[in-house]
Design a protein around this ligand. Structure first.
Ligand code: ZN
Length: 197
């Protein structure tokens, strides 16, 4: 019988070198069999560790994102390689009730328009993350630039000014944001830091 062809990275868990057909995609990642074992484990610590492991297959991310343990879901929320459906589920306060998960999702780079749902939580930690998240829509930044919390206001205003400094960006800004940025200095106390001269 021919020896199975192997290549790529060794599984970080069982140390086997994966078959060519199912390579371990990243150093520190694991083989399919070890993913199955970790995700199905009854030990929360095993599933949490799996949620931090690089190169997760789509099925594993989807399953871990639905884990009954909020600690596991909070680990998933820190990953950058989440599919659209997982980002949507973990950032929707109607589906996800754990505050740590929601706060982590507020800074997720793929958040985009879902930031509106998180802003409705009226949680200052969430709002600070949203104000600093490059994917937060400018319409929402405009609202955050008038927030009661100074850190939220400053971060949101800085982002709006940054967007306006780029001519192409300015033409894409909603009218309300352009009006805000054109307002005379001093009328809106939150309009700083100032753009570089
Ligand atoms: Zn393995």
């Amino acid at each position: 019988m021919a020896k199975t062809e192997t290549s790529g990275h060794r599984c970080a868990v069982c140390r086997k070198r994966a078959a060519v057909a199912a390579p371990v995609p990243a150093p520190g990642g694991c083989c399919e069999a070890c993913w199955r074992t970790a995700v199905a484990s009854t030990a929360e610590s095993d599933r949490s560790e799996a949620a931090r492991r690089p190169g997760a297959p789509l099925w594993a991310l989807t399953t871990l994102a639905r884990d009954r343990s909020p600690l596991v879901r909070a680990e998933v929320a820190l990953r950058r390689d989440l599919p659209e459906a997982v980002v949507a589920a973990l950032s929707d306060p109607r589906q996800e009730t754990d505050r740590t998960v929601l706060r982590r999702m507020a800074k997720h780079p793929a958040l985009g328009a879902r930031a509106h749902g998180l802003a409705a939580l009226d949680d200052v930690v969430v709002d600070r993350q949203l104000a600093g998240n490059p994917s937060t829509p400018t319409t929402l930044l405009l609202g955050l630039s008038r927030h009661a919390d100074a850190a939220v206001r400053q971060a949101a205003s800085a982002r709006l000014v940054g967007a306006a400094l780029d001519d192409e960006g300015r033409s894409r800004l909603p009218l309300g944001v352009r009006t805000f940025l054109a307002a005379p200095r001093g009328r809106n106390g939150s309009r700083h830091p100032r753009p570089p001269s």
